[in-house]
Design a protein around this ligand. Sequence first.
Ligand SMILES: *[C@@H]1O[C@H](CO)[C@@H](O)[C@H](O)[C@H]1NC(C)=O
Length: 308
Amino acid sequence: MQTFPYTLVFLAALLTSAVVHAAPQSLRRDRVTTLSPSELSGLAPFTQFARAAYCPSDKVQGWNCGEACDAVPGFNLTLTGGDGNEIQLFYVGYWPDQKTVVVAHEGTDPTELMSDLTDVNIVTEKPDATLFPGLPDDITVHSGFADEHKKTAGTILTEVQNLLSANNAKSVTLVGHSLGGALAELDSLFMVLNLPGDISVQAVTYGTPRVGNGAWAAFFDSKVPNFKRVNNEKDIVPIVPGRFLGFAHPHGEIHIVSPGDAVSCPGDDDADDDQCTIKTVPNIADGDVLDHLGPYEGIYIGTLFCDS
Ligand SMILES: *[C@@H]1O[C@H](CO)[C@@H](O)[C@H](O)[C@H]1NC(C)=O
């Protein structure tokens, strides 16, 4: 366990902000890739799955939650869990169109999440060696995320195994927004390490905070190549916990710069490109927590947006 003193956090935040403000703005796009309209609209079903994770269990059961459920017809939901309080809501089911098992995790109130992730004493730990066998020794992750993931990991894995076998499927898809994105990130590597090698794992997350350290990000990159983490405009959640505390994002950033315009950012936690989150939101004061809720290409995600 490691803790970080407040003064250090404060100084580092000041320093980061001073350096970034000195950098000139430009509109270069030589390193990022602009998403085509079809790539952008192709994200919609995943966005709707992440949105549906906020719906009460009795509404997602039977896939009857309104707009979000209607947007992905034919989805066969087989398990819901969590209580939206002690344990985040989640659901598991089979998506025949894409021949994939889908696991979706609910997020939490962004104001609460921000206060946890800018806490003066962020606690990290090595992931549980039973759940994550064979991890390099230097990996640490946020303890709050690891604890939350532990509560549902076994139940979800069992259901995923059942559905893969019942449907003779070879693919698992993890989605989530906010805290749910962090849980989906943990679940992605967890699935890779616990399912047979011929099962492909993909994930799409939204407004995801940093989950672990640089060693986590590097190992994750090597094991979960098919990963997208979508950040909306000036959302502040993706910039916490801070890099100055040793936290790092894995690869896969897609940044929605403005409605209809998104870029794919190279590398892990892209600090070089003007269109990517680190430069767009150099510190919390430059961001907007409302962008956390969307719209992600017209779709809002959060407790208030289950079906409206
Ligand atoms: C949904 O999945 C369950 C469990 O695999 C299966 O028994 C059921 O037949 C499926 N329903 C549909 C409509 O495919």
